[in-house]
Design a protein around this ligand. Sequence first.
Ligand SMILES: Nc1ncnc2c1ncn2[C@@H]1O[C@H](COP(=O)(O)OS(=O)(=O)O)[C@@H](OP(=O)(O)O)[C@H]1O
Length: 573
Amino acid sequence: MANPPHGGVLKDLIARDAPRRKELYAEAERLPAIVLSERQLCDLELILNGGFSPLEGFLNQKDYEGVVNNVRLADGTLFSIPITLDVSQETIDSVGVKPGARIALRDFRDDRNLAIITVDDIYKPDKAKEAKEIFGGDEEHPAIKYLYNTAKEFYIGGKLDAIDRLEHYDYVGLRYTPAELRLHFDKLGWSKVVAFQTRNPMHRAHRELTVRAARARQANVLIHPVVGLTKPGDIDHFTRVRVYQALLPRYPNGMAVLGLLPLAMRMGGPREAIWHAIIRKNHGATHFIVGRDHAGPGKNSKGVDFYGPYDAQVAVEKYRDELGIEVVPFQQMTYLPDTDEYKPKDEVEAGVKTLDISGTELRKRLRTGQEIPEWFSYPEVVRVLRESHPPRSKQGFTVFLTGYQNSGKDAIARALNVTLNQQGGRSVSLLLGETVRAELSSELGFSREDRDRNIGRIAFVASELTKAGAVVIAAPIAPFEKSRKTARELVEKYGSFYLVHVATPLEFAEKTDRRGIYAKARNGEIKGFTGVDDPYEVPTNADLVVDVSKSNVRTAVHQIVLLLESQGLLEQL
Ligand SMILES: Nc1ncnc2c1ncn2[C@@H]1O[C@H](COP(=O)(O)OS(=O)(=O)O)[C@@H](OP(=O)(O)O)[C@H]1O
């Protein structure tokens, strides 16, 4: 038998309201609607499926204040994170939010109505208090930033009627609702289940930790990773799920099950650990592992930890009697090379050699293609990670040449294109100014706004191609610093960006212009021509400056190749 849910009854609102589904669906069609954000959708999903039992809706003011001030709902039930529906004054006015009103809650991805809220109250939260009590108050905390910068001014409280579950198109078979997971445990005959929360890839240490926890409690294992929202910069959930799938056969005798949790994490350390335990209890687990710095966001910009490494363990210990799920605390696991085993740090005797690879170190090794030892991770897991994190020599990048018309940038771009094609290994896209003007920007002129828009389009295409692992060589005039900077920022989300200033002087460009374009600009046939009667802002942050009046195209291409090689981008594997 699975563990009883928090509050005693699983609030599976979808199952509860299934008999009225048609009616509710029809009613919602007639109601005003609030379109939910990604975070609100994550919260809604877990309210509707009972993952947040005993909640039956978004917190009203009494429950909210109880949770913030006393870690309890108004009726005294332990609950640690406020699940709130934030809205702006504008939404309140336009939707007509008032006590007693029924409002449809809509999925922004497909415009489907998922639930109806009956408004209990509308209140203005004390955000400073929420920030302090729930997250500790450090303004750099990601959830506090969210609270101040993204969450709207008012919260709406009220119970929900469930219309439909959210549609998912990825890993559907691994997404278990609490009821489904309970049934699954029942089918497997599991009475004790230790749940493991994670937002990171799992390696051997995690496998050892979970097996140890299971052995200590004679339990089975639920690997229950978060696939809703985690910390910005985390490895994407697609990669992580493939990692968990690769790891699963390493558990003996089918002793572990993988289930995905669509939670929006807050990174709230101690408060979040309590919440995580409640959620796992609702999913039927009897035990829950709380490790080092559980759900903590790490350090702030001054290098100070947001939470102490074992604050979360202290917090869950404080409420152990009420939690109704046994927390299994764990110290960080470490590898002992001399005996080829893993142990929690507190069990390692003084003087015994240990080895660890931090997340930062792992990311570096993935980036550079450096070896990841077998003591750290299984080869099949490393293979999955390497697919998503190809070494530098397989990553996409953009070379962005800027300079006057006829500065030699087009010739350099063409020559670089064939040079990189000769090397092979990646597809290369050449975005010459004239091609882009003809294919993407034919309606644009040469005003500042139009030039910015033109560079914006080049940057968008370059960033998408860079993301896909291609090389992009772009060569517009790009006379303005601001749009070059924006292009860099966009591309650097996905790969490297190199700004090459083709600094051939205007006089040289004009003198060698066989097409007579400068002559047309000088005699007024072309207006607002860069260098003649329109400015060119010299780049202040070029990665390379070349000048074909002093050398030639071949030398410039070689300089670029040397730059790319020095960054590890051209290594032949
Ligand atoms: N007013 C004005 N100023 C600058 N350039 C002009 C202008 N009018 C037309 N052209 C021709 O357009 C080509 C340059 O376009 P770009 O897209 O590179 O310019 S920008 O980056 O958007 O500023 C470039 O074409 P090509 O010479 O075929 O490359 C210019 O000759």
